[in-house]
Design a protein around this ligand. Structure first.
Ligand SMILES: [Zn+2]
Ligand SMILES: [Zn+2]
Length: 273
């Protein structure tokens, strides 16, 4: 049984997901999850595929409501309406307009594209060493989130390292103390959450990517209160993947309680059975 709230999942409203809203809720039911937030992709004006990562927020929210009533007629699981907004310095205004007039439980701000490149395809890294490549993204995560403002959680701050060709395949506090301090201090001051994205800490090629616990400890030191666990699942079987392990890591770093958002308000919960 899992008593977690998975704050980052993708359904049929994301073009790269194999799971339907119903699949995710049935999985949450069978594993006893405390909650699940549907956070489909909104990446406006994406390079290579403009228009691919867009969806009708009304249709998604209607489907979440419908499936939630069918799968959990008596409640028992928090089914939350969210979105993952992929920000770029160029799509801020468009993103703002797109979400205006809708209400969400939770908004994740993420960086998927950097200077017109998708790190997934590798071009982004050409001509840069790991310091330049990672530093640029950390700076961009901070700048876009600060300017956009309308979000609750920073998604996978270390996404850029997932596909990196360097020997240094992890973002470590000791390599980027200034960039990370700027970001973490901002999140702490604004009462925003840092996401532990458990999809990131997986095997990428032959490298097992790590979460540098110095980053979490530093977030705590700077007054950070809110940490979320997100599986970033694009298939139902990954719901709450590795949450036990990372809840333990959070606990060791000063976050005994985890966070999810409901109606845009942070809710702390203890994942202990
Ligand atoms: Zn993402
Ligand atoms: Zn995602």
């Amino acid at each position: 049984m899992s008593f977690f709230v998975d704050t980052h999942t993708h359904s049929q409203f994301s073009p790269d997901s194999n799971a339907t809203v119903r699949d995710l809720l049935l999985r949450a039911k069978s594993t006893g999850s405390a909650g699940v937030c549907l956070t489909d992709h909104l990446d406006l004006d994406a390079p290579r595929n403009p228009g691919l990562f867009e969806f009708s927020i009304d249709a998604q929210q209607e489907e979440i409501g419908k499936q939630s009533r069918e799968v959990f007629p008596d409640g028992g699981c928090k089914v939350l309406k969210g979105i993952e907004i992929g920000l770029t310095p160029e799509n801020m205004e468009h993103s703002r307009e797109y979400v205006a007039g809708h209400s969400f439980d939770q908004i994740i701000a993420s960086i998927h594209f950097v200077d017109g490149e998708d790190p997934y395809y590798g071009n982004y890294y050409e001509g840069k060493d790991f310091r330049q490549a990672y530093s640029r993204v950390l700076q961009l995560v901070y700048e876009t989130a600060r300017e956009f403002g309308n979000f609750d959680i920073i998604g996978h701050f270390d996404y850029v390292a997932r596909y990196a060709p360097y020997e240094v395949k992890d973002i470590r506090y000791k390599d980027f103390p200034d960039e990370l301090d700027t970001l973490l201090r901002f999140l702490a001051e604004e009462g925003k959450a840092l996401e532990i994205n458990t999809k990131t800490y997986d095997l990428h090629g032959d490298h097992l990517q790590i979460l540098d616990t110095d980053i979490l400890r530093r977030f705590r030191e700077l007054g950070g209160e809110f940490v979320t666990l997100g599986s970033d699942s694009h298939s139902a079987d990954r719901l709450c993947d590795k949450f036990e392990k990372f809840a333990g890591v959070c606990d060791l770093c000063g976050f005994a309680r985890l966070t999810f958002f409901e109606g845009r308000q942070p809710r702390l919960y203890s994942p202990k059975k």
